[in-house]
Design a protein around this ligand. Structure first.
Ligand code: F6P
Length: 320
């Protein structure tokens, strides 16, 4: 029987992680389960950096961005030795099960812990929305809102100066934030990792748009596809139109979570404890058709996330 669980946040923080922590603590306390908070993700777990969580230290956090448990990227956690230390520390602290909140990297760590026989559950927390087995990850909606607000502002000045703006957006290998903000802000072009990047074609299409009378343009592009500053220089050279690059950067990860993320995180936190109460381990949580579901870690890590708005690309609605 589970008497004490631990929770950690790992990898890039995302708005709504605190709401998940709060919900885990609330439902656990109701079921007379103690909760430990592991500071600094897997790094803190290996260093035995553990605190006790109760209803009072999770009050007033539902609206806070970031994570009260802090986070870290701990590359060494791929080693068996570190995983063993982590499990030893949890056993030393009488912890019976672990809930991790994070993205794919966090799930890889959790799967290793699970495979060594320690009960583990994963909650998807990342702004990238790139975790498979879930329509949405915690933090994605807030980041999208931040991006949309930023592009709206950028549009004012781009329009006033009759310029071209290139906006670099986070997401790693996933174009969800880019494509969604492009639709929401009615950007002229988007470039995402799921599509073939053709610079010549992009410039040709920009030139065509200008010929047709466009006075200002916004192009959104997912990070790591190209050097956006260099691209801006090239576009300016070819179109003779002033072009600026804006890298939104880590601003996208901060801020108070929007209501959707708070609710999603609360539901997932609740569900994760329910799974543990029912002795279901090695699962990661998702939302599909507004229903909270679970998958095996092995499933979530095996498949790449399917694009929910793929039809927009395949139907050439936003063709480059
Ligand atoms: O995974 C979230 C994310 O913000 C990605 O979009 C981005 O590529 C990465 O983290 C940045 O990581 P870091 O904060 O370690 O620079």
């Amino acid at each position: 029987m589970i008497k004490k669980i631990a929770v950690l946040t790992s990898g890039g923080d995302s708005p709504g992680m605190n709401a998940a922590i709060k919900s885990i603590v609330q439902i656990s306390v109701k079921n007379k389960i103690k909760v430990s908070g592991i500071l600094d993700g897997y790094l803190g777990l290996c260093k035995n950096n553990i605190i006790e969580l109760n209803e009072s230290n999770v009050s007033n956090i539902i609206n806070q961005g970031g994570t009260i448990l802090r986070t870290a990227r701990y590359k060494n956690f791929c080693k068996k030795k570190e995983v063993k230390i982590a499990i030893k520390n949890m056993k030393k602290n009488n912890i019976d099960a672990l809930i991790v909140i994070g993205g794919n990297g966090t799930y890889i760590g959790a799967y290793k812990i699970h495979k060594m026989g320690f009960p583990c559950i994963g909650i998807p927390g990342t702004i990238d929305n790139d975790v498979s087995g879930t329509d949405y990850t915690i933090g994605y909606s807030t980041a999208l809102e931040t991006i949309v607000q930023s592009i709206d502002k950028l549009k004012d000045t781009t329009c006033s100066h009759q310029r071209i703006s290139i906006v670099e957006i986070m997401g790693r290998k996933c174009g969800d934030l880019t494509i969604s903000s492009s639709i929401a802000c009615s950007c002229e072009f988007f470039i995402i990792p799921e599509m073939l990047y053709d610079e010549k074609k992009l410039i040709y299409n920009i030139q065509n748009s200008i010929k047709k009378g466009k006075t200002h343009l916004i192009i959104v592009i997912t990070e790591k596809i190209c050097d956006v500053r260099k691209l801006a220089e090239k576009i300016e050279l070819k179109t003779k139109k002033e072009t600026r690059a804006t890298i939104l950067g880590h601003i996208q990860r901060g801020g108070a979570p929007v209501a959707f993320d708070r609710i999603l995180a609360s539901r997932m936190g609740f569900y994760s404890v329910q799974l543990l109460l029912n002795n279901k381990f090695g699962k990661c949580i998702g939302i599909k058709n507004n229903k909270i579901i679970d998958n095996n870690f092995s499933y979530a890590l095996k498949f790449f996330k399917k694009k929910s708005i793929k039809e927009l690309i395949t139907n050439n609605l936003y063709k480059l």
